[in-house]
Ligand binder design. Structure first.
Ligand SMILES: CC(C)(COP(=O)(O)OP(=O)(O)OC[C@H]1O[C@@H](n2cnc3c(N)ncnc32)[C@H](O)[C@@H]1OP(=O)(O)O)[C@@H](O)C(=O)NCCC(=O)NCCS
Length: 433
């Protein structure tokens, strides 16, 4: 589909027929100031209240209204083609390895390698179904799994999964842009320390660059962190790790242990496009980046994910004011309730406490609640503190939760990695929980 999918608010003239070589920019007719601020090129043209600039894009842009201005949402990323794979293969410089991108018939082979890994190295195997969900059913477009096979025997010796995700940035032209996350990295023990991880990373980044995406990131474990740093990726910072033990007398702040007045909690099966979080309003100006929370992305992440079992709660104060997503897991033998994501109008602390209390009291017993992130969002941190969470000292953490990433390519698409102190991240934005 090469035309614009538009939902133009009243009073804004419709844009003309669209082409895949156009980029839409996102502002109402008050755009002169915005145009200066965003340093648009003179080639920018104005159609009604919408400014359009020529330039390469990967697909159609969907126009949505957010915080009183039009924002562009990039259409799904195009799939990796055989030409791209061949061209990247020509640059690997490895005669002993065949690097490629897995087709769906190879997913079970990857699953078999993953299942053969020691449990201490891979907590939860990468199944064929999980790969299909990440790579083929992703609303942001197609992902891919890089595979490394021994050139002599053809045996699979490693895999590394890349999937697209959306990022909103205050500090760049596009208000929403694609990034790639890379997760589920594994190299068979007998093939380690021979540069397989290095080769798969270089190959995957080559494809990301060919797709025109300017940034990648991950939240790796300490085994792969030194490698990423050696490859020149930046450490964007560590995410805060919060805990709330279910101990008698552990404080719940002002919320108390009773029902929180004026807040109703409702379990839902899916997300509701009728209520949209408003990050531009709820996050401070100092927050430069966050991952958008459109209902279709939330559904993909928390409803459609295989092996998920997430619990979705909508919070009401006469009308919807936010949602909370939790998941019950065993962490080091403890029955943990993980706060996977939450968004509340103004990070309303009482509404969050009400949702968390409901989640803690229903279902199986909980020994501890855990949460991550909030480094750049004071409201998120206050809501966690209000509900009795404290930051776990790093010496007591099972492992640091480090964010690592890099800009891709040398072209205009390349983006810097925001520091964690200016990036609102929660477990929604990577796949461990
Ligand atoms: C981590 C892992 C992927 C590394 O794969 P690999 O093919 O052996 O890594 P490479 O040979 O390409 O090493 C690249 C760089 O990573 C670092 N590195 C790799 N293994 C390392 C180790 N055991 N200790 C310290 N640094 C290591 C080194 O900096 C290395 O560069 P160098 O060899 O020039 O010093 C592999 O050990 C593995 O699959 N572990 C189990 C699964 C896992 O932990 N996955 C990570 C999930 S985020």
């Amino acid at each position: 589909m090469n035309h614009l999918q538009a939902s133009i608010p009243e009073g804004v003239a419709p844009v003309p027929p669209w082409s895949a070589s156009s980029t839409i920019l996102w502002t109402r007719d008050d755009g002169a100031r915005n145009m200066r601020r965003r340093r648009l090129r003179p080639s920018t043209r104005r159609y009604g209240g919408v400014f359009v600039r020529s330039g390469p894009v990967e697909g159609p842009f969907i126009v949505v209204e957010s915080a009183g201005m039009l924002v562009g949402r990039p259409g799904p990323i195009r799939p990796v083609t055989e030409d791209m794979v061949e061209s990247a293969q020509g640059r690997t410089g490895r005669g002993d390895l065949v690097l490629s991108v897995a087709t769906p018939d190879r997913y079970p082979v990857i699953e078999a390698l993953s299942r053969s890994a020691p449990r201490r190295e891979i907590f939860s195997p990468l199944t064929a179904d999980l790969i299909a969900w990440f790579a083929d059913r992703n609303p942001c477009g197609r992902g891919f799994v890089v595979t490394a096979s021994d050139a002599g025997s053809g045996r699979l010796v490693g895999y590394f999964l890349f999937y697209p995700w959306l990022l909103s940035r205050r500090d760049t032209c596009a208000s929403e842009t694609h990034a790639f996350l890379f997760v589920h990295l594994y190299v068979a023990p007998e093939s380690r320390r021979r540069g397989v991880f290095r080769a798969m990373t270089g190959f995957g980044l080559d494809l990301v660059e060919q797709l025109g995406v300017g940034m990648v990131y991950t939240i790796p474990n300490p085994r792969s962190t030194p490698g990423f740093l050696k490859f020149g990726h930046q450490h964007a910072g560590d995410l805060l790790f919060w805990i709330r033990p279910a101990l008698p007398g552990w404080g719940w702040g002002r919320a108390g242990l009773g029902r929180v007045a004026g807040v109703q909690v409702e379990r839902r099966r899916r997300f509701d496009a009728a209520w949209q979080p408003d990050p531009r309003r709820d996050l401070p100006e100092s927050t430069l980046a966050w991952n958008p929370r459109h209902a279709d992305l939330l559904d993909w992440r928390f409803v459609d994910r295989p092996e998920g079992d997430y619990e979705i709660r909508y919070l009401h104060r006469g009308r919807v004011v936010g949602y909370l997503v939790t998941r019950r897991m065993r962490i080091r033998g403890l029955r943990a309730l993980v706060v996977c994501d939450m968004w509340l109008d103004g990070f309303d602390p009482d509404a969050f406490a009400a949702g968390l209390e409901d989640a803690s009291r229903s279902g199986t017993r909980v020994d501890i609640a855990v949460a991550f992130g909030g480094s750049s969002a004071p409201g998120y941190r206050q809501a966690l503190r209000h509900a009795g969470f404290v930051v776990c000292p790093s010496c007591l953490q099972p492992q640091p939760v480090s964010v690592i990433g890099c800009g891709v390519g040398d072209g205009p698409h390349r983006l810097g990695v925001p520091p964690v102190a200016a990036w609102h991240l929660t477990p929604m934005d990577w796949d461990v929980f």
